[in-house]
Design a protein around this ligand. Structure first.
Ligand code: HEC
Length: 135
């Protein structure tokens, strides 16, 4: 990203598309998440459509594949203390998976899926444990 126009675009878009792409690239490069801007979960997942996110997670069989790799219900793959350390990084990871798996999710669908994972697993910025039961 040496093109100043591209950088300005990414910065101006805040945590939306620009950061998601940047986050995926940072992830691919193996660099620390600390570089990502510290947007709060409320900002990143503002207006998220949670029922839509739940449906997309079911429809795309996210848990089936994760369960094959991790055993159990697959939720052990979500490691809040691991590589994904911020809400922006979480959303970026969902965006990256969507692209890699050719899911073709719209930006608001990526946000919805990320918001469900935030609520049920990652809980950035929340002190209480998840109260919802998994489907
Ligand atoms: C074809 C198999 C497969 C499918 C389908 C899949 N994933 Fe994954 N996912 C993986 C694997 C494998 C990893 C772990 C990669 C690693 O740890 O190196 C992973 C990791 C993740 C992580 C990061 C977990 C962490 O905290 O490090 C997230 C978030 C994630 N997946 C979300 C999703 C979502 C959302 C969907 C459905 C829209 C999905 N995945 C569908 C295989 C899959």
């Amino acid at each position: 990203m040496t093109d100043p126009a591209a950088r300005r675009w990414a910065t101006g878009r805040g945590f939306a598309a620009g950061t998601a792409v940047a986050a995926a690239m940072v992830w691919l490069g193996g660099t620390a998440w600390a570089q990502a801007p510290a947007a709060t979960a409320a900002e990143v997942f503002r207006d998220a459509d949670l029922p839509l996110g739940e449906r997309l997670i079911r429809e795309h069989k996210c848990s089936e594949c994760h369960a094959r790799k991790m055993g159990g219900d697959g939720s052990a793959i979500y490691r809040p203390a691991g590589r994904i350390g911020t809400p922006s990084a979480l959303r970026g990871m969902v965006d990256y998976c969507s692209t890699e798996l050719n899911l073709g999710l719209f930006p608001e669908e990526v946000t919805a899926v990320g918001a469900v994972l935030q609520r049920d697993h990652y809980r950035f910025g929340m002190s209480r444990p998840a109260t919802t039961t998994k489907p």
